[in-house]
Design a protein around this ligand. Structure first.
Ligand code: NAP
Length: 308
């Protein structure tokens, strides 16, 4: 695969930023990789890990980069764009990896000069770990990268979107384009609400007075532990997601609460058929996820110990 960019800059060297740096190097998608993080300890660690050329200043990091990737928490995107804006070269492509699109696009667009191409994006890839040590080159393999290009743009902008798509494909992603509003609703369903439920169940189990915490942990393989993996995700990241995708999350949460109340009623009144039909539908959805190559078909997620 030919080199996509000669020089890229990544602001924010956590799980996602470090993974992009490693993948871009490993798959030859960029010749030179410049890095900046607001946290001096992270900059130091990025140097030790040899992730790229690490700068102590955001403007210097982006100077002469053809592609600038903002890989900071959603709530810090505007600040990161402001910090580097005066260093951006004319015609640079600026993208982000934020898990929310509409609010992030507004925050970034305000901070950028008119002579760069803003092409927002979101890799649907991650783990519950954070920081530069958590990054790995294969994170984006066979995972979706969603680009949310701005509407009503020029041919030059369209070429910038194509080039960014080419970059993500070089990193192993499948790429899809959609508008920012649709992205935020879809992600509220497939990611934000499941995380909210997991955070809530795990916190609730901790609070329950009639079950000791040791019993919750001891018997966690019954299902609870799979929620704990999701609930172990970074609190800063998820606080920012919910504060910035409020409308879509509240809409989906409203629907979820209604359906949960219907389930509660079915249990109370012994409506076995209602319960069976819903569980059967849910089980079919699991098969669709496996058929789409989004999870392992092995029993118990491919773990080698039995589930209960
Ligand atoms: P992370 O591991 O916490 O890394 C973010 C890094 O950005 C931290 O080192 C942070 O420093 C630094 N930072 C904060 N504000 C900054 C600023 N203004 N300028 C430069 N650096 C700054 O986070 P992550 O998991 O890589 O997530 C980064 C982005 O990717 C988020 O927008 C998230 O929504 C998105 N995303 C995450 C996942 C996932 O599974 N984790 C998946 C897809 C997309 P401090 O630690 O000092 O704050």
């Amino acid at each position: 695969m030919p080199m996509v960019f000669d020089r890229i800059a990544i602001l924010g060297v956590g799980l996602i930023g470090a993974s992009i740096a490693r993948a871009a190097r490993e798959y030859g998608a960029a010749n030179t990789i410049a890095l900046y993080d607001a946290n001096p300890d992270v900059r130091e660690r990025a140097r030790e890990l040899g992730l790229g050329e690490v700068f102590d200043d955001a403007e210097k990091a982006v100077a002469s980069a053809e592609l600038v990737v903002l890989a900071v928490p959603v709530g810090a995107m505007g600040a990161a764009a402001s910090a580097c804006s005066r260093g951006l070269r004319i015609g640079a492509i600026v993208t982000d990896v934020g898990s929310v699109k509409q609010a992030v696009v507004e925050a970034i667009a305000e901070a950028l000069p008119a002579y760069v191409y803003l092409v927002p994006g979101h890799p649907l890839a991650g783990t519950e770990h954070s920081g530069p040590d958590a990054g790995f080159a294969t994170l984006f393999h066979n995972r979706w990268q969603i680009l949310t290009p701005l509407p009503g743009q020029t041919d030059a902008y369209a070429a910038a979107v194509d080039q960014l798509e080419h970059f993500w494909r070089a990193l192993g992603s499948n790429v899809e384009r959609m508008d920012a509003q649709r992205h935020d609703v879809v992600l509220a369903v497939v990611s934000h609400l499941p995380h909210l439920i997991a955070f809530n169940i795990v916190a609730m189990a901790e609070d329950l007075e009639n079950v000791t915490e040791s019993e919750v942990v001891k018997y966690s393989a019954s299902g609870f532990r799979d929620f704990t993996r999701i609930a172990a995700s970074d609190p800063t990241m998820w606080r920012d997601v919910f504060l910035n995708n409020r409308d879509a999350v509240l809409e989906v949460l409203g629907r979820f609460s209604e359906d949960l109340a219907a389930l509660q009623r079915a249990i109370r009144w012994g409506e076995g058929d209602t319960l069976y039909d819903l569980f059967d539908r849910a089980r079919r959805m699991r098969r669709e996820v496996i058929d789409a190559g989004q999870d392992s078909p092995a029993p118990n997620w491919g773990r080698d110990e039995p589930s209960s």
